[in-house]
Design a protein around this ligand. Structure first.
Ligand code: SF4
Length: 365
């Protein structure tokens, strides 16, 4: 049973510190990526920045409760005018800090500031290994400039002999670009990145975006072979490579957003379990799951104006994460029973929280 095996990999957090606080500092971005939900939301997308006063007064006092603060939501963090103050406050609180960038603003000045600030993790987003593929998907991005920006920060880090940031180069695996995955790994190695990471298009608000996914119950063998080839290339070149699974697993105990140990704050100051349930939308968020429409009703554990800790320790969050804890507790019991009786337990796991039932993250992809 795959869900039993997961018990040996992870433990539950029982302390008052949490692993990750993810913060959407802005929902604005200068690109028009074809797979980004904001393209399909129209006027329902709420554009904006997290006000510095909200960060300073309602988040900063509690930062030391978290190990890692990831300053990332659905927008480009480098657009936020007070990003550097946020990074400084987060480091001063003793947290590790990171964010993901589309790389357009990763110029020499920002790269130097990032290294000076001691940012721990920087992920740079690609959607291809060639200008034609990347620019057709990440509309508005200049592939050559992006690659030059990535190479520069890797070089500056090396020249200064710094241990951080961990430089991750991300590749969103889609039908239209996965043939370039092995070349992407070669590119990441040549640019001096620490890791190449291949991710899936987890949130599919339209049928067009859903048609681009490469994960499935039984993925296309050609796609699996491309991932295997990328792994071989990474090994040959000595670069770390992580690819999210293409095969859906129906027995995930808790998704890898780990909502029992983390929280997400969108730029409106709402505390949610994850980026998908905290979308900055005026209405239900459209979602296509296995060809069917299953709109998402945003989940809000509370506003940071009323207290981040109150939201983290409140009844709504307790109920939500309780469903995941029940799955894990059930799996532990089944494991004990199986060990005692020698019979493989086949009983069905308790359901995840209802907003998660049609999320591909519950399938481990
Ligand atoms: S399963 Fe999906 S919707 Fe639910 S918490 Fe995880 S990432 Fe969010």
């Amino acid at each position: 049973m795959s869900w039993l095996r997961q018990l040996f990999r992870r433990d539950q957090t029982t302390t008052q510190r949490w692993r990750v606080l993810q913060i959407e500092v802005t929902s604005r971005c200068l690109l028009q990526c074809t797979f980004c939900p904001k393209q399909s939301f129209g006027h329902n997308w709420i554009y904006g920045d997290l006000p510095w006063s909200l960060f300073d007064e309602c988040i900063a006092p509690h930062l030391s409760r978290f190990d890692l603060v990831y300053l990332q939501g659905w927008g480009e963090p480098l657009l936020h005018p007070q990003l550097w103050e946020m990074i400084r406050a987060t480091k001063a609180a003793g947290c590790r800090v990171g964010f993901t960038t589309c790389g357009s603003a990763l110029d020499e000045t920002n790269s130097a500031r990032l290294l000076d600030a001691g940012v721990d993790i920087l992920s740079i987003s690609f959607a291809g290994a060639t200008p034609a593929t990347h620019e057709a998907l990440r509309v508005g991005s200049d592939f050559r400039k992006l690659a030059a920006n990535a190479e520069r920060i890797a070089r500056l880090k090396k020249e200064r002999a710094l241990a951080v940031p961990l430089l991750e180069q991300h590749f969103l695996m889609l039908r239209s670009n996965i043939h370039e995955l092995p070349e992407f790994v070669r590119l990441a190695a040549s640019l001096g990145m620490d890791e190449a990471v291949a991710t899936n298009v987890v949130y599919t608000p339209t049928h067009e975006i859903a048609a681009e996914r490469v994960f499935a119950e039984s993925p296309d063998p050609r796609h699996l072979e491309l991932v295997a080839e990328a792994e071989r290339e990474a090994k040959r070149l000595g670069i770390t490579f992580r690819a999210y699974p293409l095969t859906m697993n129906p027995n995930i105990l808790e998704c890898d957003a780990y909502p029992t140990e983390t929280a997400y704050i969108n730029h409106l100051g709402q505390v949610a379990p994850c980026v998908y349930l905290g979308l900055p939308t005026r209405d239900l968020a459209p979602r296509i799951f296995e060809g069917q429409e299953h709109p998402i009703a945003p989940v809000n554990f509370g506003s940071i104006c009323l207290g981040l800790l109150a939201a983290m320790q409140g009844a709504e969050r307790a109920q939500f994460i309780g469903a995941f804890r029940a799955r894990k507790a059930f799996a532990y019991s089944a494991l004990a029973l199986s060990a005692a009786s020698g019979v493989d337990a086949q009983t069905r796991l308790p359901d995840p929280p209802s907003p998660c039932r049609f999320c591909y993250k519950m399938y481990g992809i």
